[in-house]
Ligand binder design. Structure first.
Ligand code: BDR
Ligand code: CA
Length: 329
């Protein structure tokens, strides 16, 4: 079992990453920290609480993290985020409001305390801007020595960005934070657009979730179908950005990585670009493992199998049908 913290800006693909982490038998989700990006921090945190409630998951602390980039005073949600993820961040689906509240400890302090407690046994997976983790490293630099793996969804090395030609959305929100984490000496794996756009999920997949008849299966199918409808560049499918990062943390064998000495451009029109550091090309200690290729068929199969198991577990009526879907998939 791998202990994991998810740092999310929930968000539809963040919600898929969360469901995978809950369902995967090899992951012990010790907490979720919320950040801004697809939605405001408070909205993302509430989405996580409501999803956990819907899926009947108890005992996972949810903490609110930073509300804006390190160098900014506020965060303003982009219109495109509301379009892609829906006004409420979860594709306009409605969920029962959780009776639980967020923890009183901040997301940053939760990260610091968890690293102190679990050290190398803990993997931190981030699927939003890196502000929470960078702030934790700045606040308590001593954790750099015993922190375990960090897997980030963010960046693009061999392909253009998705905000503009240079930058990917998560890094674009806080380039300084990403640069800080890259250059901190922490063991970072970058799961960027290079690989996340190679794996896609289709409406045929979500239809299988829906068929479980469970509330989780139906809600997730509606949520992801909304997300799919916003991918005008794809045919009835969507990219698997955030789930790819969680899956990489558990199944690195699906991915091909290149050790690189990476940095981030923080100013000018290329701000947010993740790129090899021209001054450290011959440095014998690369700071980031950049994922460049993925066995997308293994990844999508794994995601579908794991989520179907979760949604199927919630179903009482049509378990047989779910079981045969799992077998034929
Ligand atoms: C990333 O940006 C967000 O919109 C997604 O949730 C994902 O984390 C993809 O660039
Ligand atoms: Ca995200």
């Amino acid at each position: 079992m791998t202990k994991m913290i998810l740092d999310l800006d929930t968000g539809i693909d963040d919600a898929m990453a969360l469901a995978y982490a809950i369902a995967c038998k090899e992951i012990e989700l010790i907490g979720v920290t919320g950040t801004y990006g697809n939605v405001y921090t408070e909205v993302g945190v509430q989405n996580v609480l409501d999803i956990l409630h819907m899926l009947g998951v108890e005992g996972v602390p949810v903490c609110a993290g930073e509300e804006h980039a390190i160098s900014k005073r506020v965060f303003e949600r982009m219109e495109v985020s509301a379009r892609i993820h829906g006004e409420n961040g979860v594709g306009q689906v409605s969920m029962e409001t959780s009776l639980k509240s967020k923890e009183s400890i901040s997301g940053v302090d939760f990260i610091i305390e968890s690293i102190k407690k679990h050290g190398q046994d803990l993997v931190i997976v981030t699927t939003g801007p890196l502000t929470n983790l960078a702030t934790a490293l700045k606040t308590a630099p001593e954790i750099t020595e015993f922190i375990g793996r960090v897997v980030i969804m963010g960046g693009a090395l061999t392909v253009p960005g998705n905000v503009n030609a240079y930058t990917e959305a998560n890094v674009s929100q806080d380039p300084e934070a990403t640069k800080y984490v890259f250059e901190s000496g922490v063991d970072v794996t970058m799961v960027g657009l290079d690989v996340t756009q190679r794996s896609i999920l289709t409406t045929a997949d979500t239809q299988l979730w829906r068929k479980t008849g469970s509330i989780g299966g139906r809600t997730y199918a509606d949520m992801v179908d909304y997300y799919i409808s916003q991918h005008s560049d794809l045919d009835s499918s969507c990219y698997l950005h955030d789930p790819s990062a969680v899956i990489q943390a558990i199944h690195p064998e699906y991915f091909t990585t290149l050790p690189m000495h990476m940095t981030v451009v923080t100013e000018g029109e290329a701000a947010g670009r993740t790129i090899g550091d021209p001054f450290k090309l011959r440095d014998p200690n690369p700071n980031v493992k950049v994922c460049l290729a993925v066995d997308s068929s293994a990844l999508v199969k794994d995601l579908n199998y794991t989520l179907l198991s979760l949604f199927g577990e919630q179903t009482s009526g049509n378990v047989k049908e779910v079981e045969s879907s799992l077998k034929s998939h």
